[in-house]
Design a protein around this ligand. Structure first.
Ligand code: NAP
Length: 318
């Protein structure tokens, strides 16, 4: 186990977006493997629990929304000094207006700032979180196009500036604290017997958060992963309808799933853009038109949903 007293001698990894669902598991994976971790957050004071872990420090992200990119990169470069690798997990699922601008800003703009800073600070290893189906040109949503553009930009910049880049393209990620199965279980509790569902035939290969983070660790250790864009899928493919019925059942609130016709799904997406937190949007609807499953022959991650989900989805309040 790592010891805080020796952290100064450990290779230091800086994580952007490390306070979220995936980030918390990645911090544990890296510190248990002997790394020290610096996490940058827009609101570090909210993450005292992370900062109290051995070999972890949480600092303020030194980028103001209206800073010029060059200023933002040099501020970030100062914090990056001495780190062996930069990990970028920053991502959003919805934006204030349905026009792609904020997706572009957060996914592409932030990636440019991060890699420019890595170059200035002499950090030679960069791990980039993308998403399965991300494609700058053919992505079916603003989310997938901006994720694809960021991923491609990272690889191109890395190749031309001597930074070793690996990107990770997971299907939907499950595990304690996810906003996927846990959210469906919570919604099922509120539904009276029937669960109306948009895009019920959307396809996923849910991948366990622990397996995703193990892939990040392996990439840090294995130079053979440099330049790769790794599709990450769990062992099985599912349709959304079955996943929702499963989450409802294991949480103790079995529901009959009622697939919504396409016109109603589109209407629901429009309406829910006005709900707090935007639980479903036109852009989410567009993302769901792309099957989030791996190509035949792609290596699968080992952990089964059915072996993990009952322990946390079943804990939702009754
Ligand atoms: N979860 C999934 O099923 C899934 C599937 C495929 C790909 N991914 C990708 O994996 C990454 C992590 O996902 P997650 O589920 O862990 O997300 P999450 O829980 O929502 O965490 C997102 C992180 O991004 C940071 N962030 C958000 N907006 C930001 C902004 N404007 N500027 C700077 N930082 C910002 C947040 O940091 P602070 O609030 O502390 O600043 C937070 O730590 C994302 O890139 C996501 O697209 C996730």
């Amino acid at each position: 186990m790592p010891n805080a007293a020796t952290s100064i001698e450990k290779p230091d990894v800086l994580i952007l977006g490390g306070t979220g669902f995936v980030g918390k598991v990645l911090i544990r994976t890296l510190t248990e493997a002997g790394y020290a971790v610096t996490v940058l957050s827009r609101q570090p004071s909210l993450h005292g629990n992370l900062a109290s872990q051995p070999s972890v420090r949480v600092l303020a992200l030194p980028i103001s929304p209206d800073a010029h990119d060059a200023d933002a990169s040099s501020s970030l470069a100062k914090l990056l000094q001495g780190h062996v690798a930069l990990v970028n997990l920053v991502g959003i699922l919805n934006e204030p207006q349905h026009n792609g601008e904020v997706f572009e800003h957060v996914h592409v703009g932030f990636t440019k700032i991060a890699l420019t800073a890595a170059h200035q600070a002499g950090v030679a290893r960069y791990l980039h979180m993308s998403a399965l189906g991300a494609d700058a040109v053919n992505g079916s949503s603003f989310y997938l196009r901006s994720k694809g553009a960021a991923e491609s930009w990272a690889h191109e910049f890395g190749s031309s500036h001597g930074i070793a880049v690996t990107s990770f393209r997971p299907s939907v990620i499950f595990g304690p604290g996810d906003s996927f199965l846990s959210r469906f279980a919570a919604l099922a509790r509120l539904m009276p017997g029937v669960f109306p569902l948009a895009c019920a035939e959307a396809r996923f290969a849910p991948v366990y958060v622990g397996d995703v983070c193990d892939q990040f660790l392996e990439a840090l250790r294995d130079s053979g992963k440099v330049g790769q864009r790794l599709d990450l899928c769990g062992p099985s493919d599912y349709v959304l309808r079955d996943l929702v019925a499963y989450a409802a059942r294991v949480s103790g609130h079995p529901r009959r799933v009622l697939p919504l016709p396409d016109w109603l799904a589109r209407l629901q997406a429009r309406a829910l853009e006005f709900a707090p937190g935007k639980p479903f949007t036109r852009d989410n609807y567009a993302s769901l038109q792309t099957a989030s499953v791996c190509a035949p022959g792609c290596p699968r991650q080992p952990t089964r949903l059915e072996d993990i989900a009952p322990a946390y989805v079943g804990r939702s309040p009754r």
